[in-house]
Ligand binder design. Structure first.
Ligand code: B12
Length: 221
């Protein structure tokens, strides 16, 4: 049960992130943590909700690139502050290599997915942004990963997801790793179309998807 005061604080965090109020967002997060508000709630209904709203404003032409950069910076600082307080799962659920595909520098959503997978008990190797297709395969082989998770946002970078699947086939490793995808502009249909094993809307879906894929390893999904 969330108290009205707590709900109000979380709403204020979402508004401060959305309205790019740099000086206020982090102190509000700290205030909420001190007041005992659940860190997962602060992340989901506060910071992430604010990020979603400023993303929509950019889409509508109400915000411009410098606003996005500032918003990302504010959100990242807030996320870093709540991260140690988030609930984490105790045992190893599987191993994932994640990154944003070649040419793509969108990191915020990918970082959130990586964080939620870690909280879900997965061991995650985060290759960062602008990752060439073979790098994913090399890292997955080196770490004996179960899953390769690809993040892409741009019309010009989404095709690199398909490149990873193609290279996996070329080097005879397609059956060894499951491939999941996500990011604005991708979809479950697109995942099927390029022969990936799944698509996730957000970090929560990514955790469920990875759990199912690890559980079904060796069987067709
Ligand atoms: C912030 C942002 C930026 C920031 C990124 C900062 C950073 N460090 O990440 C900056 C300013 C750098 C940027 C740059 C550009 N951007 Co931009 N950006 C955005 C914006 C507004 C929000 C993205 C975001 O962070 N959202 C918040 C997070 C929490 O959500 P998310 O990213 O969607 O991630 C969630 C899910 O997608 C999913 N997910 C993400 N990855 C994965 C991976 C897996 C495996 C799974 C399962 C799930 C998953 O889970 C995440 C967590 O919930 C989007 C608009 C949008 N609606 O997506 C445009 C958007 C993606 N950008 C766009 C564009 C055009 C650009 C630029 C080309 C602009 C320019 N003219 O320079 C450049 C390209 C840079 C490059 N080479 O990559 C377009 C893409 C259009 C297209 N079809 O190509 C968009 C859609 C905006 C628009 N409506 O026009 N951008």
């Amino acid at each position: 049960m969330v108290e009205p005061d707590e709900q109000d604080l979380v709403k204020q965090i979402a508004e401060a992130v959305d309205e790019l109020r740099d000086a206020e967002a982090l102190p509000l997060v700290e205030k909420a943590l001190s007041a005992g508000v659940d860190a997962d709630l602060i992340l989901r209904d506060g910071i992430m909700s604010g990020m979603k709203k400023f993303g929509e404003k950019f889409g509508k032409g109400e915000y411009f690139l410098p606003d996005l950069l500032l918003g990302s910076d504010i959100a990242n600082k807030c996320i870093a502050r709540v991260r140690p307080h988030l609930q984490s799962a105790p045992k190893k659920a599987g191993t994932v290599v994640i990154g944003a595909v070649k040419g793509d520098i969108h990191s915020i959503g990918k970082d959130l997915v990586a964080m939620q997978l870690r909280l879900g008990g997965f061991e995650v190797s985060d290759l960062g942004i602008d990752v060439p297709p073979m790098k994913f395969i090399e890292k997955a082989s080196e770490t004996g990963s179960d899953i390769i998770a690809l993040s892409a946002f741009l019309t010009s970078t989404i095709p690199y997801i398909g490149e990873v699947v193609k290279y996996l086939k070329d080097v005879g490793l397609r059956e060894k790793f499951r491939v999941i995808i996500g990011g604005t502009g991708t979809s479950a249909d697109y995942a099927r179309h390029i022969g990936a094993d799944g698509w996730g809307r957000d970090g929560v879906e990514a955790v469920g998807l990875c759990q199912r894929l690890v559980a079904s390893a060796g069987k067709s999904v």
